[in-house]
Write a protein that binds this ligand. Structure first.
Ligand code: SF4
Length: 69
């Protein structure tokens, strides 16, 4: 468990999701990619792209709150 969190795709340190490569949390294709900020900035590309989109359309989240009268 290289990730230390019990990824369901990890079996004996092998990622069964990504071509049975050694588990490397946050690598391209990993379920964690884009969800968390990693110390390795190369792994944050998807997160940054998502943040850029969110910044471009700030209205969407507010409208789905259901708190309007
Ligand atoms: S690389 Fe990511 S998806 Fe694959 S086993 Fe590790 S934590 Fe899970």
């Amino acid at each position: 468990m290289a990730g230390g969190w019990g990824c369901p795709h990890e079996v004996n340190d092998i990622c069964t999701k990504i071509n049975n490569l050694p588990c490397d949390p946050g690598m391209k294709g990993c379920v964690l990619a884009g969800r968390f900020v990693f110390a390795d900035e190369d792994k944050n590309q998807r997160l940054r792209e998502k943040q850029a989109r969110a910044d471009a359309a700030p209205e969407e989240e507010a409208d789905s709150s259901g708190l309007h009268p």
